[in-house]
Design a protein around this ligand. Structure first.
Ligand SMILES: Cc1ncc(C[n+]2csc(CCOP(=O)(O)OP(=O)(O)O)c2C)c(N)n1
Length: 322
């Protein structure tokens, strides 16, 4: 889990560097090798690894507009993911999707820039696994902002009725763009909402991979054994802005520095060392992660841009004569 967390953090720091290329002197989001909005997940890595450590390639995961940590934890091809973010033809979707639309059928991963979009498909995939008698489950990640959407409540309702093998994971980073959770959600804990759908609601008040892993293990075992869905709410941190370029004027004074001081990655390393893990092993994990990220970025930058004609491919289904 430490290696994956480190890989995700390094991947995003390289993304951040590349994102600023070509966007000055005036910050123009449309310019540079990575045009468009960019949402980083740094700080939220424990949620992804703690949950995905329990999953196989056959299990189905939907993530959000902030997807990199979950994609990496689920085992999405890092080269093709980097190339997709750079809009290259070797990307997961030939460069059409960009960073919010990563699809890797090899490991059953998808995400979307539409908030709440992944909830319905996760319930559908779970129902399909159950009907086919397959051992797989589905996991839908969402932000605490998305828990106020109709799609969330409809998905939980259907999952409960169908006893679908699905786990809903809320990453509560405290903000939906600039809106603090207390301004848009009446209950302090979204996990309390699970009772309305007769499913367990698990609250994890620690951005800690081991505690998240333990909580997720209970919910995933329940889903796999036919016990039905669960809702997990994890209190996590968004170390940076909603997107790159966010001035974060809505944060109380000192909040950014306070969050940096509880960065979960150095905290996890310190705890592992305190528990007796050999620091050389952790260094090795960091080197393996760095090599994978360097390789993926070299691949992405060395890949071709799609041709204009490729924009018309994979849009229409070709009719073939019967
Ligand atoms: C259906 C829909 N409505 C609004 C938006 C605009 N939007 C993008 S991110 C976001 C906030 C999401 O907050 P949260 O679910 O807490 O996720 P976080 O950004 O904190 O990871 C909104 C409203 C959108 N992308 N899709």
């Amino acid at each position: 889990m430490y290696e994956k967390m480190h890989q995700s953090r390094l991947f995003e720091s390289r993304i951040k560097e590349a994102y600023f290329e070509g966007k000055s002197p005036l910050f123009n989001m449309a310019k540079g090798p990575i045009p468009g909005e960019m949402h980083l997940s740094n700080g939220q890595e424990p949620c992804a690894v703690g949950v995905c450590e329990h999953l196989t390639d056959g299990d189905f995961v939907t993530a959000t507009h902030r997807p990199h940590h979950v994609a990496i934890a689920k085992g999405v091809n890092l080269r093709a993911m980097a190339a997709e973010i750079f809009g290259r033809s070797s990307g997961l979707s030939g460069g059409r999707g960009g960073h919010m639309h990563l699809f890797d059928p090899a490991v059953n991963f998808s995400c979307s820039g539409i908030i709440g979009q992944g909830l319905g498909p996760a319930v559908g995939a779970a129902l399909s696994f159950a009907l086919q008698g397959l051992p797989h489950i589905a996991v839908a990640f969402l932000g605490e902002g998305a828990a106020n959407q109709g799609a969330f409540h409809e998905a939980l309702n259907l999952a409960a009725i169908w006893k679908a093998p699905v786990v809903f994971v809320i990453e509560d980073n405290g903000y939906g763009i600039s809106v603090a959770k207390r301004h848009c959600t009446a209950v302090a804990r979204n996990s309390d909402r699970a009772i309305a759908y007769a499913m367990p609601g698990i609250h994890v008040d620690a951005n800690d991979p081991d505690l998240i892993h333990e909580a997720a293990g209970t919910a995933i075992a329940r889903a796999r054994s036919g016990g039905g869905p669960s809702l997990i709410e994890i209190v996590t941190t968004r170390l940076e802005g909603h997107f790159i370029g966010d001035q974060e004027g809505y944060r109380p004074d000192g909040e950014v520095a306070a969050l940096a001081a509880i960065d979960p990655i150095p905290a996890y390393r310190a705890r592992l060392e305190a528990e007796g893990v050999d620091p050389a092993l952790l260094d090795e994990a960091e080197h393996i992660a760095a090599a994978a990220v360097a390789d993926a970025f070299a691949f992405a930058r060395g890949s071709e841009m799609p041709s204009a004609a490729q924009a018309l491919e994979a849009v229409f289904v070709e009719r073939t004569a019967a």
